[in-house]
Design a protein around this ligand. Structure first.
Ligand code: UD1
Length: 416
């Protein structure tokens, strides 16, 4: 199993080009099932998750090819509606195929994702929304099964803001008969951009960028031709690395508005920022100041930056309080950071971080994608060598992470 060996203590300096966003690419990949034809998606990050999703589409009968970051998906030959457990269990986002399959074929058999390292992560909103649109769904041997489904418009109000459920029902509604109204939808750029991509293919969606969407079903859609937006979480992760290493990193090819809330928090922590139209330069302070963070749906502070922010706070002057209101159990990085000398007290979904003036290299273990990123950020700043085990989690969501950090002057190496 691959590990990362990092010798910390060097300020990171230079420019890094941010890849396309995994969480924007995955729903667009699912949306290709809505229209038979050849779809072109540019700037798709080459990651384990996008490759897994490509595999799911291939199993359904699509022809998929990756050339650099151009992903071409031919969905003309799709002839199966089954997404198997073996793939869905490795990537929950596979459930995104459910809505499009029901919308185009009236049938689907998609494995239930099951548990996750951060807790239960239910899909009840996906299922109840599709049921409200007329899909009779059964759970059979661990699979969600729909037969003879004719989706029709419905009025659906979400009691929890969900990125996945919003994207799922948006994709189902664009081909449903009649009008669907979705209330309390997610505003994450990944979701809004999915809506824009669908509109460009002929979908009728009003209210994108607001909490209420009105979707008029259409008969057919044209194939997708789009460029995936930059990954705001990758960008914010590099920004956090500048904060812990007293470095100066220019983030290139970004949309600063997409992670403005993180940038403001880093300013509060003492970072100096220079914002351009598609770049941000982040300079870390001598030592970060403590900050308090509460994760919220967009435009609030992203839960996907909670772990990396704790790594910054671990080195801060003062005590920080970090609360995750989206995923209560998403703190597996805390005991690993403690092995590096961090002082963190965890009470339910609140981490109280008493900053220390240095962290020390240690052998640690990655437990999920963003937890791994937080260990990398801590290791880059720590004294001595850190060996991070199980980095396959990082490969799910960061494109050529160690190459990008090496180019910024980090001593980082992948070892087997
Ligand atoms: C997406 C992101 C993930 C991010 C998360 C929150 C992708 C592929 N993943 O995950 O990186 O951390 O948004 O920003 O884009 N919930 C329910 N019932 C449901 C669905 C969700 O109760 O049916 C709850 C969840 O438990 C959670 C909250 O809603 O507390 C938000 O989850 P959601 O936005 O759906 O997350 P994902 O789409 O799975």
């Amino acid at each position: 199993m691959d590990k990362l060996r990092i010798t910390g203590g060097r300020p990171l300096e230079g420019a890094v080009r941010i890849s396309g966003a995994k969480n924007a690419a995955l729903p667009v990949m699912a949306a290709t099932l809505l229209a038979p034809g050849v779809h072109r998606l540019r700037n798709v990050p080459r990651l384990r998750d996008t490759q897994t999703f490509a595999r799911v589409l291939e199993l359904l009968g699509a022809r998929v090819s990756f050339e650099g970051n151009l992903l071409t998906i031919d969905t003309l030959g799709v002839n199966s509606v089954e997404a198997p457990y073996e793939l869905v269990k490795t990537m929950r986002a596979s459930i995104y195929v459910l809505g499009p399959l029901l919308a185009r074929f009236g049938r689907a058999k998609v494995s239930l994702p099951g548990g996750c390292a951060w807790g239960p992560r239910p899909v009840n909103l996906h299922l109840s929304g599709l049921q409200a649109m007329g899909a009779a769904l059964d759970i059979e041997h661990g699979y969600i099964v729909g037969r003879d489904v004719k989706l029709r418009g419905a009025h659906i109000g979400f009691d929890v803001v969900s990125v996945g459920a919003t994207a799922q029902l948006m994709m189902a509604a664009v081909l449903a008969q009649g009008t669907t109204v979705l209330e309390n939808v997610a505003l994450e750029p990944d979701v809004t951009v999915l809506g824009e991509v669908l509109v460009a293919c002929g979908a009728r969606i009003d209210g994108l960028g607001t909490r209420r969407l009105t979707i008029q079903g259409v008969g057919t859609l044209r194939p997708i031709d789009t460029t995936i937006i930059p990954d705001r979480i990758e960008a914010a992760t590099f920004a956090a690395a500048a904060a812990t290493t007293r470095g100066t990193i220019r983030l290139e090819g970004v949309v600063p508005d997409h992670f403005e809330v993180v940038l403001r928090k880093l300013e509060e922590a003492g970072c100096t920022l220079q914002r351009g139209t598609d770049s941000v330069t982040v300079s870390g302070p001598q030592r970060p100041r403590a900050v308090n963070v509460v994760t919220q749906p967009f435009p609030g502070f992203p839960t996907d930056m909670q772990a990396q922010t704790i790594a910054v706070c671990a080195l801060a002057d003062g005590t920080s309080v970090i609360e995750d209101t989206i995923y209560f159990d998403r703190f597996t990085h805390v005991p690993e950071l403690a092995r590096m000398g961090a002082r963190i007290e965890l009470k339910a979904n609140v981490a109280v971080v008493k900053g220390v003036d240095r962290l020390y290299g240690a052998q640690v273990m990655a437990t999920d994608l963003r937890a791994s990123a937080s260990l990398v950020i801590a290791a880059l700043a720590a004294e001595g060598e850190t060996l991070i085990d199980r980095i396959y989690h990082l490969d799910r969501g960061y494109e050529t992470l160690e190459k990008k950090f090496s180019a910024l002057g980090a001593r980082i190496q992948r070892v087997s």
